[in-house]
Design a protein around this ligand. Structure first.
Ligand code: ATP
Ligand code: MG
Length: 498
């Protein structure tokens, strides 16, 4: 098969492909295809050929989408880099991924030049005095669209780096097509669908959207970043039918009190646990939330719940997607009975063939039941999945296993709590001591006694935090997930102070 866009542009050239919220510009599939052909020709003029790795350091905007499909047109592999990383982190990622070229924009040019080493840098924006080459200045070469097989690497996408250094995940053409199909079997596809992408496209949740829209022949609406008021406005203005968010964004959308349009038929919410309160708030506001569990290695979703199922059972992420198998295993790697907790292993056509150039990591990550996710959870009798926490986050105190996610959820349900992280801190007596970093709501008085009253009866004695530290914010990784290593350090310092 040719690249996804070329195939789509032949099938429905006149349909709306892309809308840019910032500029108001729109492209049909034919127009996008023509623009992509020019970009591909310019990349070819810079020497990019089949199987090359092309880095992209941009925030969400049409030029990013053009690069996604232009790299595909050449049969090359896309390597999106996280624009929020430091130049040193970027340099490490650039080296690991064997880039031949790094594309940037005006805002990321300085970082790209620092991180690129000997790799040429090219900007999608106007010339500046930094001397960086400008992609648009090249005369495009004629290119013959590459043929793809399911095994070819379409992208290398770095994980978020929550548990260590980000890992480059190989995503094949087959993975992307399978993930788009499986997702559609849960979310459905309608001809007039318009999916808002306000997430970064250097993460799976964002990158999936233009890829899937091209497969479905539906419209991708781009917004440069999330902002509660602006995103609510964009949803309404562009008659969006879908949007992907992480739970904190959805929480802000609901609190912003902005009217969400009636056109909205799915809000795909993943990347972190969706607090049950948030599901309840969605039910009250009529927001069609689809709580979802996914990871980069699974080309996005692993399991997704539909709204009605979520409202009646807010703890679950629903059933695994069609074609995805989730096996819960014990410490020895053997499957456990339904209802029992263990590590989640996943297999199926959406699962990566492995991390790029990492035989040792791959040998450790893949076993007889597929990829070991490092996440802990269980299935119920109806086959619904529950994700509790990461294996590495589990706290063992006085010989008891404590699920930090569950403790955090109980604390978060206190109305005066805005955010919370629960970690284990080494303790000579208990092994680990359960410690909570709590961010109170602005201007609200909150103390330990109030929290104790709240969790009494809701949490077992051994799970109740021994230490509570009130903080202004939680440490986060460049991807926005709670940086648990830093959280643990802060918790340790707080425990020492008390
Ligand atoms: P790294 O692999 O580098 O440590 P990461 O795992 O955070 O980073 P991602 O692939 O972006 O990188 O995130 C996937 C992870 O996010 C999952 O393995 C899981 O831990 C967490 N996650 C995603 N959705 C949910 C959910 N609904 N509930 C709980 N955890 C979730
Ligand atoms: Mg991970």
């Amino acid at each position: 098969m040719r690249d996804l866009l070329a195939t789509r542009a032949r099938a429905s050239p006149g349909d709306a492909a892309l809308v840019d919220d910032a500029s108001g510009r729109e492209w049909t599939y034919a127009a996008l295809d023509a623009a992509v052909e020019r970009t591909a020709g310019r990349l070819a003029a810079l020497g990019v050929t089949r199987d090359d790795h092309v880095g992209v350091l941009l925030e969400t905007r049409p030029a990013f989408v053009r690069l996604v499909f232009a790299v595909q047109r050449l049969g090359a592999t896309l390597v999106p880099l996280n624009a929020r990383l430091s130049p040193t982190e970027l340099e490490t990622q650039r080296e690991r991924a064997d880039l031949v070229l790094l594309a940037c924009e005006a805002d990321t040019e300085a970082d790209a030049l620092t991180a690129a080493g000997a790799v040429p840098v090219v900007s999608v924006d106007e010339p500046t005095d930094s001397g960086v080459r400008v992609l648009g200045e090249r005369d495009p070469e004629d290119v013959a669209p590459a043929e793809w097989t399911p095994e070819d690497d379409l992208a290398l996408l770095y994980t978020s780096g929550t548990t260590g250094d980000p890992k480059p995940v190989r995503l094949t053409f087959g993975n992307v097509v399978a993930a788009a199909g499986a997702s559609a079997f849960t979310l459905g596809v309608l001809p007039d669908d318009r999916w808002l992408c306000c997430l970064s496209m250097y993460h799976m949740g964002g990158l999936s959207i233009p890829l899937r829209c091209a497969l479905y022949g539906t419209t991708c609406v781009l917004q440069r970043g999330f902002d509660a008021e602006e995103t609510a406005r964009a949803l309404a203005e562009h008659d969006c039918t879908g949007v992907s968010v992480v739970p904190t964004m959805l929480d802000r959308l609901l609190r912003a009190d902005a009217e969400l349009p009636d056109s909205l038929r799915f809000v795909l919410c993943g990347g972190a646990p969706t607090p049950p309160d948030l599901v309840a708030a969605c039910e009250d506001a009529g927001v069609p939330i689809h709580p979802s569990y996914g990871m980069t290695e699974a080309t996005s979703q692993i399991a997704t719940a539909r709204p009605a199922a979520a409202y009646s059972n807010p703890e679950t992420v629903g059933r695994p997607l069609f074609g995805t198998t989730v096996t819960v295993v014990d410490e020895a790697g053997d499957p456990v009975p339904t209802g029992e907790t263990g590590e989640l292993c996943v297999s199926g056509p959406t699962i990566t063939p492995g991390y790029y150039d990492a035989p040792a990591a791959n040998a450790e990550a893949f076993g007889p039941h597929g990829l070991r996710t490092g996440d802990v959870g269980y299935r119920d009798d109806a086959g619904r999945l529950y994700v509790l926490n990461r294996r590495s986050d589990r706290i063992i105190t006085g010989g008891e296993n404590v699920d930090p996610g569950r403790v955090a959820a109980v604390i978060r349900s206190h109305p005066a709590v805005r955010d919370v992280a629960v970690v284990g801190v080494d303790d000579p007596e208990w092994g680990e001591r359960v410690t909570a970093l709590v961010v109170p709501e602005d201007g609200v008085a909150l103390d330990r006694d109030a929290l104790e009253t709240h969790w009494e009866g809701r949490l077992a004695g051994f799970a109740q935090p021994r230490t509570v530290a009130f903080v202004d914010d939680l440490p986060r990784t460049a991807s926005g997930t709670v940086d648990r290593a830093v959280a643990r350090e802060r918790a340790r310092a707080a425990a020492d102070d008390l």
